[in-house]
Design a protein. Structure first.
Length: 157
């Protein structure tokens, strides 16, 4: 079941929305990048760099939502976080109709990031319910740096 979440857009008298999608639908979007190149999906990982380095969806673009010291002791500057990228139109699709698939670890940061993208005018934003945790639990493929993961993975995540 997909949930639609949104905020009213007073300028256009409609609702700007993002969709929460389950991992099965998200996987279909990811593999469509191979089979339907005319409708490319921009995969946005909003976790921290350390989380991304442990494992990520192939082709994902890392733009952290915020610092999460529990997951990554590195304190990123504002210019490295999503809000700055949105405000300065950096490293995100120029076309506001591009399909965007957002994920984090569990879905919470992904929801916040999805709403930020919608509020900035993106029209096809999808958030993976359960984040990469649900993705991995469903058995979908991820990129893993085994050396980095076994040496550095924190005890609490």
């Amino acid at each position: 079941m997909n949930n639609v979440v949104g905020s009213e857009d007073n300028n256009q008298d409609n609702f700007l929305e993002y969709r929460n999608v389950n991992v099965n639908e998200a996987y279909k979007m990811v593999i469509s990048n191979v089979f339907v190149p005319s409708d490319k999906v921009f995969i946005l990982d909003v976790r921290t760099p350390a989380e991304y380095n442990y494992t990520h969806i192939e082709g994902a673009n890392l733009i952290p939502l915020r610092n999460v010291l529990l997951h990554d002791p590195v304190n990123l500057s504002d210019k490295e976080l999503l809000a700055w990228h949105i405000q300065n139109n950096k490293d995100l699709p120029k076309n506001k109709c591009t399909k965007i698939l957002v994920h984090c670890l569990s879905g919470k940061r992904g929801s916040i990031a999805s709403q930020m993208l919608v509020d900035s005018g993106y029209k096809r934003v999808n958030n993976i319910q359960g984040g990469i945790t649900a993705w991995v639990n469903a058995g979908y493929p991820v990129v893993v740096n085994l050396n980095f993961w076994t040496v550095n993975y924190p005890k609490v995540i």
